[in-house]
Design a protein around this ligand. Structure first.
Ligand SMILES: Cc1ncc(COP(=O)(O)O)c(C=O)c1O
Length: 476
């Protein structure tokens, strides 16, 4: 006789069904962001004004430590270099330098900034397609790691180092096809069609230069770690090939940056919580591949990483205030065209749909990255009504100044505050002074401190570089 299987009895439970936006009573709860790092948002703006950029020092350090941990537990010799162009506010750079990052710069200006932040030349990786002669000379004198981008730069380096008794160590930037939609072929030499080997041959004819490293940066916001596996495999093959040709030894491989933050691309289907790979997945793809491909028994090359956005983006917030509330008509281009060509001549489209719209006191001049990403926009005060698609306009007198076409927001009113996140990568460095002054930037400390790290701009700052010819001076 087959024994009967008796499952344990589970008592049924009743729980309230919260359907959010489709709740028939329109009583959803909208997510809100009343504080940053435990400090209330109104308190931050009371002291430093609105709009206001806020960076969490704890989040910066946590992101760095997590990234370093992921790589260093898989690879014996890892060094992170802070990518200055991602965010070169000195306070931000110094947090990463304190954590152990060296500097990666792409211009003389960034080089000077890194030196100003206490980084010695030999701890600076100098990238970029255009390096001024004086900057290259300084970098050589100070022992910086030069990563050559193009043949003109290489020939120029050959010229200025002629007669050196000790060869100058250099690295070459390589571009590779890995799966990234458009190969970043603007930079470096192709690693796929023999161009790199030709360049290695040229270096072999220049006794004053020695190839010691290879660098690639396959793109940015790479959501597929497997592309790094392909890149790492190709980099090892190229390094071993260069050595076989007589160059090297290749002491380091630099895999650049490109790891994704928790931003969300326009048209990205999955939310960042699901789409953004963990640092472990990037580390595994890179470290395991180099270890597997490198000849057994030989010391592994040093691994450099120049990750930018994945370390700083999620730590940055922009607080802004609603200055006007509108309804926005959504024009259907087909209906509009039909109406325009209709019998009765141009006409408005009756009953065109419309949606809520807000005007904020911050514009896209501060949020350059909205071209590619949709920042999350959260109200500061908790709201009971359900979120509806809302157009979020910036404050500039420009039609293109739209921060979000349809952010899910509850009904907000003038004076309400919102927080945009994540905004820590590239917005600072690429923001421009346009129409308004750029706002202050603060950093919240782990003990609830608020440090001002960039003052709000003023007329004097903006006009500092201007010169008014004498015949246009104001009369005395
Ligand atoms: C050479 C190089 N390294 C590192 C970075 C940082 O990239 P990401 O912010 O995507 O990590 C960049 C940015 O494009 C770069 O050009």
């Amino acid at each position: 006789m087959t024994p009967t299987l008796r499952l344990p009895y589970i008592r049924p439970t009743l729980s309230r069904l919260n359907q959010g936006p489709v709740n028939p009573f329109r009583l959803g709860t909208s997510p809100s962001c009343p504080d940053i790092d435990g400090i209330s948002v109104p308190e931050l703006t009371r002291e430093h004004g609105s709009p206001l950029f806020v960076f969490s020092e704890t989040a910066l350090r946590d992101a760095y430590r997590a990234a370093h941990r992921a790589f260093s537990r898989r690879y014996p010799d890892v060094q992170f270099a802070w990518s200055y162009k991602t965010n070169y506010l000195n306070a931000i750079c110094r947090v990463f330098h304190q954590e152990g990052a060296i500097a990666e710069v792409v211009s003389g200006f960034e080089y000077e900034k890194a030196r100003h932040n206490g980084i010695e030349g030999h701890n600076i990786i100098f990238n970029g397609p255009h390096k001024e002669k004086a900057d290259v000379e300084r970098a050589i004198a100070e022992g910086a790691m030069l990563q050559v981008d193009n043949i003109d730069e290489l020939l120029h380096l050959g010229e200025i180092t002629k007669g050196r008794t000790e060869p100058l160590p250099i690295a070459l930037r390589v571009h590779l096809s890995t799966g990234v939609q458009t190969v970043w072929s603007k930079f470096g030499f192709s690693g796929d069609d023999g161009e790199l080997q030709q360049v290695v041959r040229r270096i072999l004819a220049m006794p004053q230069l020695r190839l010691v490293g290879l660098h690639c940066h396959i793109g940015t916001f790479i959501l597929e770690p497997e592309w790094y596996r392909i890149a790492a495999k190709k980099m090892v093959a190229l390094a071993l090939n260069a050595e076989a040709m007589g160059a090297g030894p290749i002491r380091y491989l630099n895999m650049g940056g490109g790891f994704a933050s928790h931003a969300r691309l326009h048209f990205q289907y999955l939310p960042p919580e699901q789409a953004t790979p963990s640092m472990d997945r990037y580390a595994e793809a890179i470290c395991d591949t180099i270890t597997a491909e490198w000849p057994q028994g030989r010391t592994l090359p040093k691994l450099y990483l120049e990750t930018g956005r994945a370390l700083v983006d999620d730590a940055g917030y922009l607080i802004s205030t609603v200055v006007a509330v509108k309804r926005r008509t959504l024009h259907d281009p087909v209906a509009t065209a039909l109406a325009a060509f209709g019998k009765n001549g141009p006409a408005t489209v009756a009953g065109a749909p419309s949606q809520n719209a807000l005007v904020l006191d911050a514009g896209i001049n501060l949020m350059y990255t909205t071209t590619w990403y949709q920042p999350r926009i959260l109200p500061v005060r908790p709201c009971l009504d359900a979120p509806t698609p809302t157009t979020v306009f910036g404050c500039l007198c420009m039609n293109i100044d739209v921060l979000r076409e349809d952010a899910p927001l509850p009904g907000l009113t003038t004076g309400d505050q919102v927080v945009m996140h994540p905004v820590g990568a590239y917005n600072q460095t690429q923001s421009m002074q346009f129409i308004t002054y750029r706002p202050a930037v603060v950093m919240t400390g782990p003990g609830g401190q608020v440090h001002l790290i960039r003052r709000r701009e003023n007329l004097e700052y903006v006009q500092e570089m201007e010169v008014v010819p004498s015949h246009l001076q104001n009369p005395e």
